[in-house]
Write a protein that binds this ligand. Structure first.
Ligand SMILES: *Cc1c(COP(=O)(O)O)cnc(C)c1O
Length: 414
């Protein structure tokens, strides 16, 4: 290929600042409200409530902190099972471990890559005593949140929605981050809007919001001295950090619009290649398109093997694989990433239960067919093997994206 490497790195998703962020930070300095209280925090919480349509938002140090406190609100105690999305970032799941619960992983579905409601239903049949479900909206695409909510209600389980990647995404005309009883969003550096780092717990329950405010500021009781009835955390967001978020929220819609453009330009650019983009259900959802991802058709996959820390592939004309494409992008100074490695394949969760959708399909035929069938019934592992996240940075120019598209084409030609 006759393509020059990018002079400036093209990122997967880097922070995009606009200017207002700095003036709110300056305001915090000028007024000396530089700690964990102040106008930026109040205004950021208000802006998020207005954006998503929830009653209460509590600004915290991270999305992970929000998920941790959500798990505590759900009443998870040592030994409790919690049904969790399998194909997600580990931060969805780790808070269950903080409370000594037991994550049980629910496989993905093909049409959204998110938690498969049928598998969830089957998990409740096996473990009906389960008290909580944590569902993530992967890459900004909503899960089938209504179906999942109904299944939770029928089983008297609390739904926690991990909307860390999906701020601004809509499902059945309702913003994500509002379907759970407790919901988490993230302002981490790579998310669609950022505070540099931070998160929020969203809920409509006033008592829950109060509890989170208390827990996140060391569980101090109303007393003249430091009085504590329960364990506390130092999880509150700083007013400086909140200033960045306050400025960013003014640009959320614009970021979603730009991410959407990027997704559809890829889709168009890949027409003719054995590639599909990360799917969603058009009639029901408007993702925020945080990351554009691609999936290679099975028949167009060259041989690829992965150990726990390394990957190898065999070059084959007309075929490619995520390893080849990621290595090639890196060679041209562009950043992609494999699909998040499913939790049930992570060494730290080795031995945890993994529930896939049980079908009546028989695995008849040769050994070879058995292998294919096994991958069919482990959707997460299959998406991990054949998928990757493309450079999705808001600041990527059209020319840069055209070049990325050309590079991907080149991988299938070589
Ligand atoms: C980023 C992310 C989190 C964690 O948010 P932090 O603010 O980084 O702690 C949780 N879940 C998912 C799915 C994420 O992508």
């Amino acid at each position: 290929m006759d393509i020059q490497p990018f002079q400036e790195r093209v990122w997967l998703a880097s922070p995009t600042m606009h200017g207002e962020e700095q003036s709110y930070v300056k305001e915090a300095f000028d007024t000396n409200w530089v700690s964990t209280a102040g106008k930026n925090i109040e205004q950021l919480e208000k802006a998020v409530c207005e954006q998503v349509g929830c009653h209460y938002a509590v600004a915290l140090a991270s999305g992970t902190a929000a998920l941790h406190l959500a798990v505590k609100l759900a009443g998870i105690i040592p030994g409790d099972k919690v049904f969790c999305s399998d194909l997600t970032f580990a931060a969805t799941v780790n808070p269950v471990i903080y409370e000594k619960g037991e994550p049980v992983f629910i496989d993905s579905e093909r049409d959204t890559w998110n938690m498969n409601p049928l598998a969830l239903k089957q998990a409740f049949e096996r473990y009906p005593e389960t008290k909580a479900v944590i569902v993530a909206n992967l890459y900004g695409t909503p899960a089938k949140l209504k179906e999942i909510r109904t299944i939770c209600d029928e089983n008297h389980a609390v739904l926690i929605e991990d909307a860390a990647e999906s701020l601004g995404a809509v499902y059945h005309k309702q913003q994500t981050g509002t379907f759970g009883t407790y919901n988490a969003i993230s302002f981490n550096g790579n998310k669609i809007v950022t505070c540099s780092g931070g998160g929020m717990l969203l809920t409509n329950e006033d008592t829950a919001a109060e509890q989170v405010r208390k827990w996140s500021t060391q569980s101090r009781e109303a007393a003249p001295w430091y009085q504590h009835k329960e364990t506390g955390y130092n999880y509150r967001m700083s007013n400086i950090v909140a200033g960045i978020g306050r400025g960013q929220m003014l640009h959320l819609e614009e970021h979603v619009k730009r991410k959407r453009e990027i997704y559809f330009r890829y889709k168009e650019g890949f027409a003719g290649l054995p590639i599909t983009m990360n799917p969603y259900i058009e009639e029901e959802m408007q993702p925020n398109f945080w990351l554009s991802c691609m999936l290679i058709e099975k028949s167009a996959m060259c041989k690829q093997v992965r150990s726990d820390t390394e990957a190898l592939y065999v070059n084959e004309s007309g075929k490619s694989c995520p390893t080849q494409i990621l290595e090639t992008l890196a060679k041209y100074n562009a950043e992609g990433r494999p699909i998040w490695k499913p939790m049930h394949l992570q060494p730290t969760y080795h031995g945890n239960i993994f529930v896939t959708e049980k079908t009546e399909k028989k695995m008849a035929g040769s050994r070879e067919n058995d292998c294919i069938s096994n991958l069919d019934s482990d959707v997460g592992a299959d998406l991990f093997a054949r998928g990757l996240c493309l450079p999705s940075d808001i600041k990527m120019t059209r020319e840069q994206q055209d070049k990325i598209i050309q590079i991907v084409w080149g991988c299938f030609e070589g």
